[in-house]
Write a protein that binds this ligand. Structure first.
Ligand code: ADP
Ligand code: MG
Length: 343
C-alpha cells in the first residue's frame, strides 16, 4: 500500500505540473473530460478535450484494461502467463508484436532491457509477494534462465524454454499508452493527455494551442525538479524512487541490472525519455537507467531517435540538445547545473 501511495504522490506531482498552466481565458474555454482508473498495478488517467472526448476516453480506458488482461504477468488467464508456462505458444497478433518489440529493444540496448528477468524480479518481491533480499546463490541460479536470445517469435507463435519467463513491466504501460492514443485519435480527439502511471502521451497541444507542461519529479524529494514544454510526443521517466524497499539502511529499487541480478545502483537518479512513441520511451527509460550516465549518453549519440533528461547523483542534470530549450528548472532547483549533451 505504501508503494501505491508513493506512486499516487508522483502522479499528483506530474498532473499538477501538467495542468498548472491550463487556466483558460476568453470565450474559447473547453471543458476537460477525464477518467481515472487503476490498471497494470498503477494509477492511470486519460484527459481529453473536444466534442467526442467523453466517449473517446471511456474507449481508451477499455483498451488499456483489455491490454492489462492480455499482458499481466500474474493473471492466470493472460497471454503472457500462458507464454510463461513454456513451449510453443500461440498468442494474439498484438501480444506477438509486444514480445517482438521487447526482444528488438533488448538487442538494441545490449540486454540492459531484459524482458526475461521475471524470475529475478519476482525473487526480489517486486511483482507480487513480499520484498526480500535473495542470496547470491539464489540469484545466480535464477540468472541461468535469463536471456532474451532464448525467446523467439514467428508469426503468432512464441517459442520459449521451460523456466524462462517474460516480464512486461518495463514496456507494457508505454505500449498501452500508444494504443490508447490510437483509440482517442480514431474517435476524433486531437487534444489529450494520457498518463498511465507516469507514462505520458500528449496528443496535439492544449486546447488553447500552447504546449503542455509536464513536470519531472524530484527523485530525492517532493515536487518537481523542472518542467518540460511539449506537444505531440511521449514522455516516460524511470527511477528507483518509484518502487523500492529498505533493509538495514540499504534501498533496493525495482529496476534490476540483468548482469548482476541486483537492483541498479549507479550514478543516475532518474532518466526521462522524450520521443514520438510511448513504447520506445518506456523501453529506453528502463534500459538507460541500467546503462548509467556514460552508457546512456553513448546510446543517445548512436541512435538520436529520442531526447533525454538525466538527473544524476552529482546533483546535476544532463539534457540532450534537442530538448534543452524546452526544459526549465523549477525555482527551488534554480541552482542545479544543467549540462547540455551534444552530438
Ligand atoms: P515502471 O514500470 O515502474 O514505470 P520501468 O518502466 O522502468 O518502471 O519498469 C520497471 C519494471 O520492469 C520492474 O518493476 C520490473 O517488473 C521490470 N524490470 C526491472 N528491471 C528490468 C530490466 N533491466 N529490463 C526489463 N525489465 C525490468
Ligand atoms: Mg520502462
Amino acid at each position: 500500500m505504501l508503494m501505491r501511495r508513493r506512486i499516487s504522490i508522483i502522479l499528483a506531482a506530474v498532473c499538477m505540473a501538467a495542468f498548472c498552466s491550463c487556466a483558460f481565458v476568453g470565450t474559447n474555454e473547453e471543458t476537460a473530460q477525464k477518467t481515472e482508473f487503476f490498471a497494470m498495478d498503477t494509477y492511470m488517467s486519460v484527459t481529453a478535450y473536444g466534442e467526442s472526448a467523453q466517449k473517446a476516453i471511456e474507449l481508451a480506458k477499455d483498451e488499456v484494461q483489455r491490454l492489462d488482461k492480455l499482458w499481466s504477468v500474474t493473471d492466470e488467464n493472460s497471454e503472457i502467463f500462458a507464454v510463461n508456462s513454456g513451449g510453443e505458444v500461440s498468442v494474439s497478433g498484438e501480444t506477438a508484436q509486444l514480445i517482438s518489440f521487447m526482444l528488438e529493444m533488448a538487442k538494441r540496448t545490449g540486454g540492459t532491457l531484459e524482458p526475461t528477468l521475471y524470475p529475478v524480479v519476482k525473487a526480489w518481491g517486486f511483482t507480487g509477494g513480499e520484498n526480500r533480499v535473495p542470496s547470491g546463490d539464489e540469484i545466480q541460479e535464477l540468472l541461468k534462465n535469463v536471456g532474451y536470445e532464448k525467446v523467439s517469435v514467428s508469426g503468432n507463435t512464441v517459442t520459449i524454454p521451460s523456466g524462462v519467463m517474460l516480464d512486461t513491466g518495463a514496456v507494457g504501460k508505454g505500449y498501452a499508452s500508444d494504443k490508447a492514443a490510437e483509440v482517442l485519435k480514431e474517435n476524433g480527439v486531437d487534444s489529450a493527455l494520457i498518463d498511465l502511471g507516469g507514462n505520458i502521451v500528449l496528443i496535439g497541444s492544449k486546447p488553447d494551442g500552447k504546449d503542455w507542461k509536464i513536470g519531472v519529479r524530484d527523485p530525492e524529494g517532493d515536487g518537481v525538479v523542472g518542467v518540460i514544454s511539449a506537444s505531440d510526443c511521449a514522455i516516460v521517466t524511470s527511477g528507483a524512487y518509484e518502487r523500492n524497499f529498505t533493509v538495514d539502511g540499504v534501498v533496493y529499487g525495482h529496476i534490476i541490472d540483468p548482469k548482476s541480478g541486483a537492483p541498479v545502483d549507479n550514478d543516475i537518479l532518474s532518466v526521462t525519455v522524450i520521443a514520438s512513441e510511448g513504447r520506445l520511451c518506456d523501453a529506453l527509460s528502463t534500459a538507460l537507467f541500467v546503462m548509467g550516465k556514460d552508457g546512456a549518453i553513448t546510446h543517445w549519440r548512436t541512435h538520436k531517435d529520442f531526447e533525454m533528461i538525466m538527473l544524476c547523483k552529482d546533483g546535476q542534470a544532463y539534457v540532450t540538445e534537442g530538448i534543452a530549450d524546452r526544459f526549465e528548472a523549477d525555482e527551488k532547483h534554480s541552482e542545479m547545473k544543467i549540462n547540455v549533451i551534444t552530438g
